[in-house]
Design a protein around this ligand. Structure first.
Ligand SMILES: [Zn+2]
Length: 368
């Protein structure tokens, strides 16, 4: 158990501006974390993320455990040196991989069975082992191993997942040496959300995540459950919502009281040619950009906007050039960092409603 790691400095409605104090530095919240699942935010080196204003990223400890392996990361003295990013790194336990990975075998009472993608060996990931992996990698914040049950399962199955999540959370907390966040489950059932929140928040975690949402349920239902879940978490501790990354969704989450976000949305969109701009989303592959002599986004200070025209970026994406993937990615990351900065400023000035109206206007446009 650590000292208090979080201070709330200002509020605007339910939104909070705060400071997270972590082993690799301080992070202002609300914060958006680009995703580095396998130890890289695709196409962007660690030192460049720092230049773009990224204050924290999230990686996946299970992927790193399988490949390259803890011995290799250990030789580098931890993940920060390994990937050349010296600011705080969050790690996920791998529990979320239940939903999407081909290497899942099955869930048992004492953990989750996976098949290693490198050598096919069967591995039982227990809460204690997940804590040891995340300790060994050197993560600033470790996520407890949880049972994230897919959307659409029966209430009985979700209840079982809540039970296991609580038992695993206790074991995880006992083993994890550094900062750890607990995860509340409960699917889309309000009474199970309440049960899970009361059990998980009774464990001595430094922060809490709302898990098991944004996994295929209707958006309106997600917001309904999120809204009822947040008051169940202690006000003074940081709150993390896993997997929300469109500018409008992040802003809505902030207004409900979320402090930490992560998603592949900005970076994955970039690799498909979609840039976030101050005029709304823009698909650079469209033929209308073939000869446009202006930057992607006038107000942006990223390397793509400072050095290149829309015409050049259009050309790169049409030719599937790697440089195009890189430039669009750094632009979208920089967009998100500037957007989060505006969110934090708006909370301090009590003007979040104005920012919401403006963002709603811009991002409900289909394409500019
Ligand atoms: Zn830019």
């Amino acid at each position: 158990m650590q000292d208090e790691i979080f201070s709330i400095m200002a509020r605007n409605g339910r939104a909070r501006y705060g400071i997270l104090r972590l082993p690799h530095g301080e992070v202002e919240t609300p914060v958006f974390m680009p995703v580095a699942t396998k130890g890289t935010v695709k196409t962007v080196p660690g030192w460049e993320l720092e230049k773009l204003g990224v204050s924290m990223i999230i990686s996946n400890s299970l992927h790193l455990y399988f490949r390259p392996g803890l011995d290799v990361i250990g030789k580098h003295g931890g993940i920060h040196n390994f990937m050349g990013f010296k600011r705080p790194i969050f790690t996920d336990s791998g529990g979320f991989q239940i939903l999407k990975e081909h290497f899942l075998i099955g869930v048992r009472e004492n953990g989750i069975y996976f098949r290693s993608p490198s050598d096919g060996v069967k591995v039982l990931l227990t809460p204690g082992m997940s804590a040891e992996i995340q300790d060994s990698i050197g993560s600033d914040i470790a996520m407890a191993l949880d049972y994230c049950i897919p959307y659409g399962k029966s209430k009985r199955s979700v209840e079982k997942a809540v039970e296991l999540t609580t038992r695993w959370a206790r074991e995880f907390r006992e083993k994890r040496r550094g900062i750890a966040f607990g995860i509340v489950q409960g699917g889309v059932y309000p009474e199970l959300r309440e049960k899970s929140a009361s059990q998980i928040t009774s464990i001595d975690f430094e922060g809490f995540a709302v898990g098991g949402l944004s996994i295929g349920e209707p958006r309106s239902l997600m917001y309904e459950i999120l809204e009822m879940s947040l008051p169940l978490l202690p006000d003074g501790k940081p709150r993390y919502f896993m997997g929300l990354g469109s500018p409008l969704d992040v802003l809505r989450g902030v207004m409900l009281g979320i402090d930490i976000f992560d998603s592949v949305f900005p970076t994955r969109n970039a690799r498909h040619g979609i840039a976030f701009t101050s005029e709304g989303p823009l698909d650079i592959r469209k033929s209308r950009y073939r000869d446009q002599m202006i930057p992607l986004d006038d107000g942006c200070d990223c390397p793509a906007c400072r050095n290149y025209t829309r015409a050049y970026l259009h050309h790169l994406m049409k030719e599937n050039e790697l440089l195009g993937l890189y430039l669009l990615t750094v632009h979208n990351i920089r967009f998100m960092m500037r957007f989060m900065e505006r969110i934090r400023e708006s909370i301090k000035r009590n003007t979040l409603d104005d920012l919401y109206n403006e963002t709603m206007e811009i991002f409900s446009r289909k394409n500019v």
